[in-house]
Each structure stands twice: as structure tokens, then as C-alpha cells.
Design a protein around this ligand. Sequence first.
Ligand SMILES: [Zn+2]
Length: 152
Amino acid sequence: MSRLTLFKLLFVLFLFSCSDEESQFNTDESIQVYFERFENEALIRNIQVDLSDITSDIIDIGEDNIAGQCFFQSHAPNHITIDREFWDNATTLLREMVVFHELGHCYLGRSHRDSQNAQGFCSSIMRSGLSGCVDNYTSQTRTTYIDELFEL
Ligand SMILES: [Zn+2]
């Protein structure tokens, strides 16, 4: 085997090991369900959304009151992390609200919106959590909140 062939072989192996690592840093399977919901909710509203570029994982964030985070990365796909303790204890609706909030940042490019209605309920799931408005994301209100999320 010539030196050049050996070099090529090593290079190919290197490429393969790279793509292996990438696949480990993909979307967490239990979060993927909510990514699909987000794409479906967009489609219902005639908006084409493809979240295949956004990665996610569930980790111990270890900071009080932080359920999720969106990281904007210039040289890699945007990345969402969800706190494990939050995730393990959250209802389906609450998980959806938090994943949709982070996708509001990471995919829709939205920032926080802290306005509230007369009853003190947050007008948006894009609330910062610092303003004192009360979350009211229920099976009855979610359609309105998701409309607002997509700014309809
Ligand atoms: Zn936020």
C-alpha cells in the first residue's frame, strides 16, 4: 500500500467518525415529538416549517426556574436544551409550551413578549417569566397561544 492510499484511507475513516459524532448530537427522541407537533401546527396555519436543522438534548441545566434554553450558533445549527428535572415532571402541555417557546427563539427568531390581559394572564408563551404574568396554556387556550406564536 502506498503512502498516499494509506493517507486517503485514514481520511475516509476520519470523515466517518466525524459523522458518527454528529448523529449523537441530534434531536433528543422525546423532544422530537414536540418538534413534529410544531411543524404540524405551522402547517395547519399554512406555514412551512422544517426543524431538521435544529438539534436538542435533555440535560441538567442546574439553574433555578430555567426549563429550556436556545443557543444561536453561527457555525452549527441552533440548539435547544431542556432541563431533565423539568422534563421528567412536566405534563404534555407544559412540555409543549416550553419546547414551542424555545423554538420561538431558535426557529422563529422571536424575542420575549411580556404583555398580559386584564386577568393577568400572559398574552404570549414568549413571556420572559420575569414580568409576573401568569401562564394559562391549556387545551382550551393553546390554539390562541399558538396563533400568537406564529404572529397571526
Ligand atoms: Zn425565552
